[in-house]
Design a protein around this ligand. Structure first.
Ligand code: ZN
Length: 426
């Protein structure tokens, strides 16, 4: 039998410290999640107290809500200072889902805790890390050929992982590649997954059986879960995080609807428009406090997301607080004239069913009006305009009006994520 590369041959005399830490961290995180509630409550109380003391801040309940602009100003105005056991500091930046890019410091300790949470999720979701995994995201970075082999830790993740840098290929190329390589696990964003499924269906490609699709970064709608089950036979296991703090909640292994708060990394509050705690199970604004983010502290940080908070998981009985109705960034939500909020998603097949649309963006310009920017290879025909208008009325709502504008290129803002739907900002 061939023993995998690198240091496994050194066992039992030498085992890398990072792998051992990770195994111990993973056990601890799952023990907090599955143990009695006073375990995680006592642990959180102690961490919060230590952090506020170090930062010389008043008690938690007296802290104001921190907006993204406040967070950015804090980075610019203060130099980071952490206890020596937090290790070195590195700067990161978040491209800014809400249109406000921020920079922040993160310590080695915070990074370790962050990474351990994703290993704990492999255990929570009972993944077989000897099985193949494909990653199609913006993180592997540019590479030669159709994919690159990602270097994994042989102690923790023996299977080969294939990474594909998402922007390097068209969605059609991604769809074909997934069908050709048939990974057991697929890691990607909901938007990429949605496009891949659409193209598999449009071109009648032979879809592989996938065990789980691991998503992050944007909201997963119930319809996408149904489509992933139908096409791949796979359930989606979503992770809710932000770059500044790291993991915030992980999908319950027994439910599509609930997300267990990552109590060892973050405290989550859900508040109404006046900043008052919302009743359990009632949706409101999500505020997050990072328990290891001492370098650029995120305290009662308003992510611009909407969710409902439950004292424990209604689906599996886990004793940690649990989120539901996770609607994602307010930025992606449409506010209807009656005040309700809902997600807007127009799929590739909807656009292509009307015209050969190359690129598109929908911008909400008023309470009931939108500008729809589209890129075509030919001049927009009246029949296509009519079809597009009908499709948008059907999917977004007949109470709205749409100004369809053909452009040479969608004017995406520099240095931010591309949002195909831009809602009115509050
Ligand atoms: Zn649960």
């Amino acid at each position: 039998m061939e023993i995998p590369r690198n240091s496994l041959l050194d066992w039992p005399h030498q085992v890398p410290a990072a792998a051992l830490h990770c195994l111990a961290d993973t056990d601890f995180l799952l023990a907090l999640e599955l143990g009695p509630p006073d375990w995680w409550q006592a642990w959180q109380e102690k961490r919060l107290e230590d952090m506020l003391q170090w930062l010389k801040l008043p008690t938690f309940s007296h802290l104001p809500i921190q907006r993204r602009q406040d967070y950015r100003a804090q980075f610019e105005a203060t130099s980071p200072r952490v206890p020596p056991e937090h290790g070195r500091l590195v700067t990161f930046q978040s491209s800014g889902s809400s249109g406000v890019p921020v920079r922040f410091w993160r310590s080695e300790l915070a990074t370790r805790v962050n990474v351990s949470h994703y290993w704990a999720d492999h255990r929570r979701q009972e993944r077989n890390l000897h099985a193949s995994m494909a990653v199609i995201t913006g993180t592997p970075g540019p590479h030669d050929g159709s994919h690159m082999e990602l270097v994994a830790d042989n102690w923790l993740h023996p299977a080969v992982q294939l990474g594909r840098y998402s922007p390097q290929f068209t969605m059609q190329e991604h769809a074909k590649w997934v069908c050709d390589h048939a990974p057991h696990y697929l890691v990607t964003t909901p938007a990429t997954l949605s496009s891949i499924i659409s193209l598999i269906e449009i071109h009648r490609l032979s879809a592989p059986r996938v065990w789980q699709v691991l998503t992050s970064s944007h909201t997963v709608e119930p319809a996408l879960r149904d489509r992933a089950r139908r096409v791949f036979g796979a359930s989606i296991r979503d992770r809710y995080s932000c770059e500044e703090i790291g993991p915030i909640a992980f999908q319950c292994p027994y439910s599509d609807d609930y997300y267990h708060v990552a109590v060892a990394n973050a405290m989550v509050e859900v508040v109404d428009h006046h900043g008052q705690a919302q009743q359990p199970g009632v949706a409101g604004n999500v505020l997050v406090t990072g328990l290891h983010q001492w370098a650029t502290p995120a305290l009662r940080y308003d992510l611009g997301d909407i969710a409902a908070l439950h004292p424990h998981c209604p689906a599996c009985g886990s004793t940690v607080p649990t989120l539901s109705n996770l609607l994602g960034r307010k930025f992606f939500l449409l506010k209807s004239p009656t005040g309700g909020l809902r997600h807007v998603r127009v799929l590739a097949e909807h656009w292509l069913g009307c015209a050969d649309v190359r690129e598109h963006r929908i911008v909400q310009t008023g309470a009931q009006s939108f500008r729809v920017e589209i890129v075509l290879n030919h001049k927009l025909k009246e029949s296509e305009r009519h079809a597009l208008n009908g499709m948008l009325l059907r999917l977004i709502g007949s109470e709205f009006s749409f100004e369809i504008v053909q452009v040479d290129a969608v004017p995406w803002p520099q240095g931010t994520k591309r949002h195909e739907f831009v809602g009115c900002q509050e």
